[in-house]
Design a protein around this ligand. Structure first.
Ligand SMILES: CC/C=C\C/C=C\CCC/C=C/CC(=O)SCCNC(=O)CCNC(=O)[C@H](O)C(C)(C)COP(=O)(O)OP(=O)(O)OC[C@H]1O[C@@H](n2cnc3c(N)ncnc32)[C@H](O)[C@@H]1OP(=O)(O)O
Length: 304
């Protein structure tokens, strides 16, 4: 990947402690004596989230890279939020395409191993990171376009739903949807709200209860995605769409986006701690742990 953009990062001495952790996570290194440092965009490519900026176009492509299936591990979620924050603060970037670096998979959703056989403190930390990812994406000032180049169940679908526009590859093997009930778990209310805001109440009720995973043409019909194109055109189409959305003055578009989305985000913001407690007690139940274990086993046996 050849990247040439240069990003100015303030001296670590001036940053809060968490920012030092962020620098470490992203692999930024400050030279001795540091008074601010220029890092090439190549450094911006962290391990699990690759960011390819195109300052001339005012856009960036963010690629998830957590093989084999881009499961949303705590590490990936943390990197995603940090990378997004960095793009939000970068005046040269107004729009981002979210896509996958893993062939055939956009994202397999939340990492089941983060929700199985761990302790309550871990579940709480993990859920806070999931909330943070959703809030940051859903309320982003940037134009976000999902280039869905593979399967996109559950949390993968949620990421796509936070975007302003969704382009999906036309391969009928790729499915998208909130399939939580198939795992014996329940989509949280804010997953549901995001879906209802996208496809409407009746379609959501059906999709959520049945845990429907839609192939691309059905996803288009129900409004879960906005455009279906051949696989090799997914990213270029997403970039064209981005350019159209970026033709609108930022301030007017951003205020409108906020007006449409803030009430939904506020529902979670008002009860974040209670939502974490709900998640921890729900996921800690023996019956739920058994369901998740069995589901994971089934995924593993599929191969054999
Ligand atoms: C009262 C209620 C209150 C509160 C509610 C609280 C909480 C509940 C809500 C929690 C929300 C959860 C949302 C989620 O996102 S759950 C995750 C759902 N994801 C899935 O169902 C997808 C599962 N995966 C697949 O279907 C396939 O893997 C996929 C189509 C993505 C790819 O298929 P492929 O054939 O290419 O790969 P596999 O051989 O299946 O998988 C390769 C290895 O990856 C492992 N794997 C797959 N998915 C996950 C995952 N999500 N997390 C962790 N690991 C995953 C799989 O086991 C294989 O592992 P190995 O065998 O190689 O070890």
């Amino acid at each position: 990947m050849a990247l040439t953009a240069v990003i100015r990062v303030p001296s670590r001495a001036l940053l809060r402690p968490w920012a030092r952790l962020r620098d470490a996570a992203l692999g930024w290194i400050e030279p001795a004596g540091g008074g601010g440092v220029e890092v090439s965009a190549q450094r911006f490519a962290s391990q699990k989230v690759l960011v390819e900026p195109d300052p001339a176009a005012g856009v960036a492509v963010m690629k998830f890279k957590n093989p084999p299936v881009n499961s949303l591990s705590l590490e990936l979620l943390t990197e995603l939020v940090i990378s997004l924050e960095k793009l939000e603060n970068d005046k040269t970037v107004r729009g981002v395409v979210l896509t996958s670096d893993c062939p055939g998979i956009f994202s397999a959703g939340l990492d089941l191993t983060e929700m199985c056989g761990r302790n309550p403190a871990h579940y709480a930390e993990y859920w806070k990171a999931v909330q943070e990812m959703w809030l940051r994406l859903y309320l982003s000032n940037l134009v976000l376009v999902a280039a869905i180049n593979g399967a996109s169940p559950a949390g993968g679908c949620l990421i796509a739903l936070t975007c302003d526009y969704r382009v999906m590859a036309d391969n009928p093997k790729y499915c998208i949807g909130l399939n939580e009930t198939l795992l014996g778990i329940v989509a949280p209310f804010w997953f549901k709200d995001n879906l209802v805001n996208t496809i409407g109440h009746r379609a959501s009720e059906r999709a959520l209860q049945l845990g429907l995973l839609f192939p691309p043409t059905e996803a288009l019909q129900v409004g879960m995605v906005d455009k279906v194109v051949p696989k090799d055109q997914v990213q270029s189409t997403a970039l064209s769409v981005l350019a159209q959305w970026m033709a609108i003055p930022d301030h007017a578009r951003q205020l409108t986006k906020n007006m449409m989305r803030k009430p939904t985000a506020d529902r979670l913001l008002k009860q974040r701690d209670a939502d974490i407690q709900n998640f921890v007690s729900f996921i800690s139940r023996d019956s739920i742990q058994k369901s998740l274990q069995m589901y994971l086993e089934k995924l593993k046996q599929k191969k054999g």
